[in-house]
Design a binder for this molecule. Structure first.
Ligand code: S3P
Length: 166
């Protein structure tokens, strides 16, 4: 099956972009991030898309960005944290080398906190994280060929773990 060498999924702030760039360097391939594709297409930051156009519009742009990237990008691909909520996206990922980067809720709140560009966490980040993770963990697990914990690991170590696991 042609397509990305590695696809990274997992919650926001887990390090998909940092780890993805390291992995791409090691594999000598390009790195692509569907959030960046959506931002480029919309001509404004993610937070502005949510505020001006609403989450459903963002999700439609995201589904399209994921489909295009999965079909055309041969390197490392990082998906936005909520991309797996789309059944269409989960179906596209079937049989592909997908790694789920995992982290604990406490760690997530420490790392991401009230980060403004992440509008889903604007109110009560700890509770939001719990709800998001309860809803999404089964979806990340469903698409993942490898589940890779990130707690206490450097991005380089996580990249090693992914290469070992896939
Ligand atoms: C989101 C995660 C973000 C971005 C948007 C929504 C989510 O991506 O797509 O803010 O629903 O978890 P990252 O996981 O790349 O931060």
């Amino acid at each position: 099956m042609s397509g990305p060498a590695v696809v990274l999924v997992g919650p926001m702030g887990v390090g998909k972009t940092t780890v993805g760039r390291i992995l791409a360097d090691r594999l000598g391939v390009g790195f692509r991030d569907t959030d960046a594709d959506v931002v480029q297409r919309a001509g404004k930051p993610v937070a502005d898309i949510f505020l001006d156009d609403g989450e459903p519009h963002f999700r439609a742009l995201e589904r399209e960005a994921v489909r295009t990237a999965v079909e055309t990008h041969a390197g490392v691909l990082a998906l936005g944290g909520g991309a797996v909520m789309a059944a269409e996206t989960r179906a596209l990922l079937t049989g592909r080398p997908v790694a789920f980067l995992e982290m604990e809720v406490g760690e997530a709140v420490r790392r991401v906190g009230l980060d403004a560009p992440r509008p889903l966490l604007a109110i009560n980040p700890r509770q939001q994280w719990r709800t998001l993770m309860e809803e999404r963990r089964p979806l990340y697990t469903e698409v993942a060929r490898a589940v890779v914990p990130t707690g206490g690991r450097t991005p380089e170590q996580v990249a090693d773990d992914i290469m070992d696991a896939l």
